[in-house]
Design a protein around this ligand. Structure first.
Ligand SMILES: [Zn+2]
Ligand SMILES: [Zn+2]
Length: 443
């Protein structure tokens, strides 16, 4: 994969703006301050790691964040989207509003890592007793953003705009029957008052070496939707299939039909997609052809047009195959999370900033991810850029480092300074490039 080629005019523009005098001075301050905050951020992270809380239950986490932000003189709102915390830092000079987001929730996973601050926390998830672990690294996101807030607050008078710090609950999904996550925070006005012009977010990655940053312009993480298909036929004795309309045979044909969506309809050279049937239920014993079969599945896409095409094709294939058998198909599709789409002009403008803080050789384009991330909801409303920060110990290959959401998930703390530098520098450079009244990115 080659790096995106930046048009000359854009390149000159970003060099002349992002590396202007003011920004250069601020960025050396950012670097110094980030180094000096490292120990503090590690301490915060260990505390969050040892005391993880599930989605929509991040009460203590939120309290600690709010206390810290208030101590920095940042205006704080709590209880946004259940347990969310929003901090507003008004710079000394006028300019755009830049949001930075960190997610706060842990997962129902039992930690198996041998570290002194391993989690022993337990709780309840959808009525079941569970162990809780920060098995996706959201503890590091919170600590890094608290550090970033401290850096930016220390240069408040020099900031050319406003920073909004969004600490979000329930990124991994709210408990059954509850609303939550980015969508609820947006519904409750997190992107308004003051209105956000651009948003940045990072995800620590347990399989990327510390010191490295990975990103992707455009579709970065997939949309995630659920579908249900109910095939209704006619029940009969298994020995007399001709008197049935067999929903099991029909469901099998539908499953095979669904395989043609990705293989025959999706533009595979441009944008990958996934259609998976993960559950199928029908029948009670060997010699009865049942009346109905139910299937559940997931759809992943990296482009909204492809996502819509898949939805339409699932309905068309299921309905028409069922009809050809004399059966009926009821299809329902639930949109869960949109495509995490990095605004292309914004991404192109901000990459020099990341090159500057990490070193050009450490910033690279990554393959798209078919997992989902609810940062996507913000990007539907405002131009946004989401990137991956290395969290794997130096010299370890991805094959040697446990994946996210597993009991052995482990993050090396050596990448936090780069995380803070990246977030704070993105803010300062964005403000420099978009002086008040002249916001040029993504509009
Ligand atoms: Zn996760
Ligand atoms: Zn995550």
């Amino acid at each position: 994969m080659k790096k995106i080629i930046m048009p000359m005019a854009l390149l000159i523009f970003s060099l002349s703006t992002s590396f202007g005098q003011g920004a250069v001075a601020l960025k050396s301050k950012i670097a110094q301050k980030a180094e000096s905050l490292e120990a503090k951020v590690v301490t915060w992270r260990r505390d969050f790691h040892q005391n993880p809380e599930l989605g929509n239950r991040e009460f203590k986490t939120a309290e600690k964040i709010a206390t810290h932000l208030r101590a920095l003189g940042i205006e704080v709102k709590t209880g946004v989207g259940k347990t969310g915390v929003v901090g507003v830092l008004k710079g000394g000079k006028p300019g755009p509003v830049v949001a930075l987001r960190a997610d706060m929730d842990g997962l129902p996973v039992k930690e198996r890592v041998d570290i002194p601050f391993a989690s022993k926390a337990t709780g309840e998830y959808n009525g079941q007793p569970v162990s809780i672990m920060h098995a996706c690294g959201h503890d590091t996101h919170v600590a890094i953003l608290m550090g970033t807030a401290e850096i930016l607050a220390s240069m408040k008078s020099e900031l050319k705009g406003t920073v909004k710090f969004i600490f979000q609950p329930a990124e991994e999904g709210a408990p059954e029957g509850e609303e939550g996550g980015a969508a609820l925070m947006i519904k409750e006005g997190v992107l308004e008052n003051p209105k956000v012009d651009a948003i940045f977010g990072l995800h620590i990655n347990s399989q990327t070496e510390i010191g490295k940053i990975k990103y992707r312009p455009g579709g970065t993480m997939a949309s995630s939707d659920w579908f249900k298909i109910k095939i209704k036929g006619k029940q009969s004795h298994g020995a007399y299939p001709w008197s049935s309309i067999d929903p099991i045979v029909t469901a099998s044909q539908v499953i095979m039909g669904l395989q043609t969506i990705v293989s025959r309809n999706a533009p595979v050279t441009e944008s990958a997609a996934v259609v998976t049937v993960g559950q199928i239920n029908g029948g009670v014993r060997s010699n009865i052809i049942p009346e109905e079969v139910n299937m559940n599945g997931t759809i992943r896409a990296l482009d909204t047009g492809v996502q819509d095409m898949i939805h339409a094709r699932i309905s068309q294939i299921a309905t028409n195959i069922a009809e050809s058998a004399g059966a009926t198909a009821e299809v329902s599709i639930t949109r869960m999370c949109p495509v995490t789409y990095n605004d292309i002009p914004l991404t192109e403008k901000m990459i020099p900033t990341l090159d500057g803080v990490a070193g050009k050789e450490n910033v690279s384009i990554t393959a798209a991810v078919t997992g989902a991330e609810d940062f996507a909801f913000y990007q539907q409303k405002v131009p946004g850029f989401f990137f991956f920060l290395g969290g794997a110990p130096k010299g370890k290959s991805p094959a040697q480092t446990p994946a996210h959401h597993t009991p052995d998930f482990y993050i090396d703390e050596g990448g936090f300074v780069l995380g803070m530098k990246s977030m704070a520098s993105l803010v300062v450079d964005y403000m420099e490039m978009n002086p008040v009244g002249k916001i040029s990115v993504g509009k």
